[in-house]
Design a protein around this ligand. Sequence first.
Ligand SMILES: [Zn+2]
Length: 116
Amino acid sequence: MKCAKCGQSYKSGSHFCAYCGAMTAEGELSLALTDFAKATKHLAKETARIGKTSLQEIKPDFDKAMQTFTKAADQFSLVAKPTARKAMVAATAALQLAAQAANSAAAEIHKASKGR
Ligand SMILES: [Zn+2]
């Protein structure tokens, strides 16, 4: 793997370049995954008490995390080997499905709580 900032090779799996200290694509991906996991957790928690909180309030956070993740995944796939790229595409698709499921579940609960 090559550092996008200084061009030096770094050990696969490193989150920071050993030469210039820049965050690697893997580091950004890991950070984005953490953000995404946090947003998903937040969404699930908020969904549980949707009666009190409007879904619109939490949706931007979730969408932002999803965007960050997709961007990092794109960057990662530029530098990653084809096999890693394939795995990344599959992971992104799975996460998008999970996000859709979470969104529709939240919408259903929101609808149900309104009907009460
Ligand atoms: Zn570097």
